[in-house]
Design a protein around this ligand. Structure first.
Ligand code: PXG
Length: 462
C-alpha cells in the first residue's frame, strides 16, 4: 500500500536545513553553498523520490540497510501494534520484553552453531563499542588482562563513535578526535585491485592474511585480544577479499587463541546471499556485530551475536557487565526487526539474492560494464557491487594520478541520471534493496554505463 503523497514546501525545508541542521558525515560548507540538502520525501520498493519530483533508483538501499525495500505496511503495523501495547521498556532492571527475547532467539537461530546469545544496541557503532568492552572484559575474566590489543585493517569501517573510529581504519577519520585510542593496531586490507594488482590472487590473499600473523607476533600473541574485520568491506569501497583469505584469517586467530569478530553491519541479513557474510566465507566468528538489515533501517536497532564460551565466562564468573544503553533491546525496534526477518523468510529474499538477483547483477557487470574503457574492474558478491574507474584500461592507474578524482564525477552523473550510488574514492559502489528486480538491475547497470560515457570526455580533459 502506498503512503499518501504530501506536499512539502521544499524551498522552506532547504532553508531550515541550512539554518538549523548539521547533516551526518557532511561538508557543511558545501551543503550551505548548495542551498540545503536534497530533500527525500518518500519511497516505494527500490525507488526514492525527492522534493523536486525526481524518482531515483536507490542503488544504496538507503545507507546499505533497506534490505526489504520501502513501503512495507507490515513493518509500520508491527511498530504501531507494539507501541500501543508497550512502546518502551528497558533491560536494566532484571526485565525484558516479549519482542526482545524472541528476536534474540531468532538471531541466534540464524547465526547457528556456538553463537547462542545476543546483546542489543541501537546502531552499528554501538554494537562495536559493545564488542570493544565485552572483549576486554572477557579476557580479564579469563585471567589474561594483558590481552587488550585489537587488530583491524586499514580502510575498515566500524562506526563513528570513539571505539568505532578507533577500530576502523579510515585515516581521515582518525585525524578528527585524535584517534585511535591505545590498543588498536592496523594491518593491510585484502584489496587486490588497489594493493595487489597484477599479483596472483591466491598469493595476495595469503600475503594479506599473513600481515595479521606478522602483527600478532610483533605485538606478542599474549597481548592480542581480537581480530575484527568486515566479511566484505562496504564503506571502504566494496573490497571483496580473494578466495582463501577468510579461512586463513580464521586459522591464524585459532592458532593464537585470538577472538574473531566479523562485523556484519552491512553483510548481515542476506546481502551476500546467506544470512551472514561469515557463512558465505565458511568461517565461524566468536562475536558478530550487526545492524542495518536487521530492521531494514525502518527503526534503529543493532545486536552483537556472542559465542557460548564467552557467555559461559560471564555467567560463571558473575558480576555486572556494566555496559548497555537506554534503548538496548527496545521492544518496538525489536518487533519491527522480527517482522522484517519474517518477510525475508517468507519471500525467500536470501535465496533470491544467492540464486537469482546476485548472479544476474554479476552477469550484467561482466557483460555490460567490464569492457567499458574507464572500467578497471567490475566486481560483485550477492547484491553488493563495486566498479573501479581507471584512466588506462588494463591498469589500476587513476585520473591525474590521484585517487578520488573520477569517483565523485561519475557518482554525480549517476544521481543526475536517476540512480543513487556512492563514489568511494574511484569506486562506484552499489548495494540495492534485496527486492530489486531484473529490470531495475538492468537500469542500475545501464545508468552506470551511461554515466561513465558522459564522464569520459570530462575526465580525459582534466
Ligand atoms: N560497521 C560497519 C561494517 C558499517 O558499515 C557501522 C559499523 C556503523 O554503523 P552505524 O549504525 O553506527 O552507522 C557501519 C556503518 C558510508 C557509510 O559512507 C557506511 C556506514 C555508515 C555511514 C556511512 O558508506 N556503515
Amino acid at each position: 500500500m502506498s503512503a499518501p503523497i504530501r506536499n512539502y514546501d521544499i524551498a522552506e525545508l532547504k532553508r531550515l536545513d541550512v539554518a538549523h541542521h548539521l547533516p551526518a558525515q557532511a561538508d557543511h560548507k558545501v551543503i550551505a553553498e548548495m542551498g540545503g540538502s536534497r530533500i527525500i520525501t518518500r519511497a516505494e520498493g527500490s525507488t526514492i523520490y525527492d522534493g523536486e519530483g525526481n524518482a531515483i533508483l536507490d542503488g544504496m538501499a538507503g545507507l546499505w540497510c533497506v534490505n526489504v525495500g520501502y513501503g512495507r505496511t507490515e513493518l509500520a503495523e508491527a511498530a504501531y501494534e507494539q507501541m500501543l501495547e508497550l512502546p518502551y521498556y528497558n533491560t536494566f532492571f532484571k526485565t525484558a520484553t516479549p519482542p526482545t527475547v524472541k528476536l534474540a532467539a531468532k538471531i541466534a537461530e540464524k547465526l547457528g552453531g556456538h553463537l547462542t546469545h545476543v546483546f542489543f544496541n541501537s546502531s552499528g557503532s554501538e554494537a562495536n563499542d559493545t564488542v570493544f568492552r565485552l572483549v576486554r572484559h572477557y579476557w580479564k575474566l579469563k585471567g589474561e588482562p594483558q590481552r587488550k590489543v585489537f587488530i583491524s585493517r586499514w580502510n575498515a569501517y566500524h562506526g563513528s563513535t570513539v571505539a568505532g573510529v578507533s577500530l576502523g581504519g579510515m585515516k581521515h577519520m582518525h585525524v578528527q578526535g585524535d584517534l585511535p585510542v591505545p590498543g588498536v593496531e592496523h594491518v593491510m586490507q585484502p584489496y587486490w585491485f588497489g594493493e595487489g594488482f597484477g599479483e596472483d590472487k591466491a598469493a595476495f590473499a595469503a600475503r594479506a592474511a599473513q600481515a595479521i600473523e606478522d602483527k600478532i607476533l610483533e605485538v606478542g600473541p599474549e597481548n592480542v585480544a581480537a581480530f575484527i574485520g568486515e566479511p566484505v568491506q562496504g564503506a571502504g569501497g566494496v573490497v571483496i577479499p580473494p578466495p582463501g583469505y577468510w579461512p586463513k584469517v580464521q586459522e591464524i586467530c585459532r592458532k593464537y587463541g585470538i577472538l574473531l569478530v566479523c562485523d556484519e553491519v552491512i553483510t548481515g541479513f542476506g546481502r551476500l546471499g546467506q544470512w551472514f557474510g561469515h557463512q558465505y566465507y565458511g568461517v565461524t566468528p566468536d562475536l558478530v556485530p550487526m545492524a542495518k538489515g536487521l530492521s531494514s533501517g525502518y527503526l534503529p536497532i543493532s545486536a552483537v551475536g556472542v559465542a557460548d564460551h564467552i557467555v559461559r565466562e560471564l555467567r560463571e564468573k558473575g558480576g555486572d557487565f556494566v555496559h548497555g544503553f537506554t534503548y538496548s533491546g527496545h521492544p518496538t525496534c525489536a518487533a519491527v526487526a522480527l517482522k522484517n526477518i519474517e518477510i525475508m523468510e517468507r519471500e525467500g529474499l536470501i535465496e533470491r539474492t544467492r540464486e537469482d538477483t546476485g548472479p544476474y547483477l554479476a552477469e550484467a557487470f561482466a557483460e555490460r560494464l567490464a569492457d567499458h574503457p574507464l572500467v578497471g574492474e567490475a566486481r560483485s558478491v550477492g547484491l553488493l557491487g563495486g566498479v573501479e574507474i581507471v584512466a588506462e584500461k588494463g591498469s589500476n592507474k587513476r585520473f591525474k594520478g590521484e585517487e578520488g578524482t573520477a569517483g565523485p564525477i561519475v557518482r554525480d552523473l549517476c544521481i543526475k541520471n536517476g540512480l543513487m550510488v556512492r563514489g568511494i574514492r574511484d569506486t562506484i559502489v552499489c548495494c540495492p534493496p534485496l527486492v530489486i528486480t531484473h529490470a531495475e538491475i538492468d537500469r542500475l547497470v545501464d545508468t552506470i554505463r551511461r554515466s561513465l560515457d558522459e564522464a569520459e570526455p570530462i575526465l580525459r580533459a582534466l
